[in-house]
Design a protein around this ligand. Sequence first.
Ligand code: ATP
Length: 505
Amino acid sequence: MANQEELFKKVVAHAKEYGFIFPSSEIYDGLGAVYDYGQLGVELKNNIKQYWWRSMVQFHENIVGLDSAIFMHPRIWKASGHVDAFNDPLIDNRDSKKRYRADVLIEDHMAKIEDKINKECEKAHKRFGEAFDRQQFVTTNARVLDYQRQIDEIRARYAELMNANDLDGLKQLILDLGIVCPISGTRNWTDVRQFNLMFATKMGSVIDDSDTLYLRPETAQGIFVNFLNVQKSGRMKIPFGIAQIGKAFRNEIVARQFIFRMREFEQMEMQFFVRPGSELEWFNYWKEERLRWHLALGIPREKYRYHDHEKLAHYANAATDIEFEFPFGFKELEGIHSRTDFDLKRHSEFSGKKLQYFDPDLNESYTPYVIETSIGLDRTFLAIFSHALMEETLEDGSTRTVLNLPPMLAPYKAAVLPLVKKDGLPEKAREIVDLLKNHYMVQYDEKDAIGRRYRRQDAIGTPFCITVDNDTLADGSVTVRRRDTMQQERMPIDNLLMYIHNNTH
Ligand code: ATP
């Protein structure tokens, strides 16, 4: 496909056209950064959830699940620090009246300089051909070195300002870098202000004496406040984990890039409670383990990278992101954080309840340390979906659109297609659907020529098309066509269940 921007447009259009993702409230012109998952999207999303749940909960004896409520006691968000510090710095352009995140403007500016470095590399690559050594080039070429120096200087100044919460300094940096509003093209910026990302609502029938509640901005706190409940009722021994999948809400200032940044989204989080002192060992364990989970989907290693945080949150003693190369560049997909004993201690302090663990092996009580793995379900969907969507040129010169999803995640595992709509073939095909549907999502399709039906299934990622023809009636065999190779093989109906099982797990 021509370029990344075009690919991204194609991803959004394909997701809508085939019923994966629709803009929310579309007939009312939509609602910013809120999306609905359609008939195929919900299947893919559920399969991703299941893949995560199985590998985290089912495969780990010492990890159990939880489904805590979205509404929680308002003091929880005081204790967690979200009321005071879950802010983004925002800035408005007075001419376009558009609102931006000050940090994003600065990061985008750095990314543009990085693009220039990449362009220089591409040019040099063309010039030197095979002999091109990127590492050597970026450490010796004067122009690249100058770009890199600019990035380093901006990054250092930016990190210092963010750490010091220096809003005036951020504005000054934006002015010094000459950043203009992409809409108006001017530098007519307001001051930078802090904006809390939590959505507030009221509980109770009488508004006046009701309490302000927040829609949770992360699922993690539901796990922390249930730490003792789960530990005691499940007789859990440290180290152990609690996993949860659920909705989270953030009033993002700038919502863009489709389902990458939404105001209502889903997280899959796991908090792993460990002995103090062992946390960095476990941090490294989960860092590797989580990348393995991604790679098991068959997406190449070079699409992922770690981004270790130089600037740590005050409660963390190690943090890394797993970044994925989305069509708009490498961006965070999952965070792995060593959160120390911060959260449990804060909830102890704010609730007055002791949140400790008696370790029978040490014969002492302590507040466990926590390693968190936190991944966005929607971002994972986008990563998998955008990587899977491809246009292939076939040997005869024609093209086909294929959604090359891992078979395990495909919305439909198979489609059953009678070759023609007569001679008892539809009835036979329905029998096969009935046989398979106890185990798998399968689709029946009899409309249009067989070639068109194959293409439709390719476009939604169905790994197998099962074709029923006259021989099927005679000898009980069918043709199975594979999505990726388009190869066909003949097999008895009796083998279908085992065949699909072997190829989708
Ligand atoms: P970002 O810097 O991109 O805003 P974050 O560092 O605030 O993300 P975390 O608080 O670490 O994100 O949340 C954990 C995960 O939840 C992220 O890695 C991401 O996959 C997902 N996530 C966070 N915010 C959103 C959002 N607005 N829409 C979709 N997914 C999100």
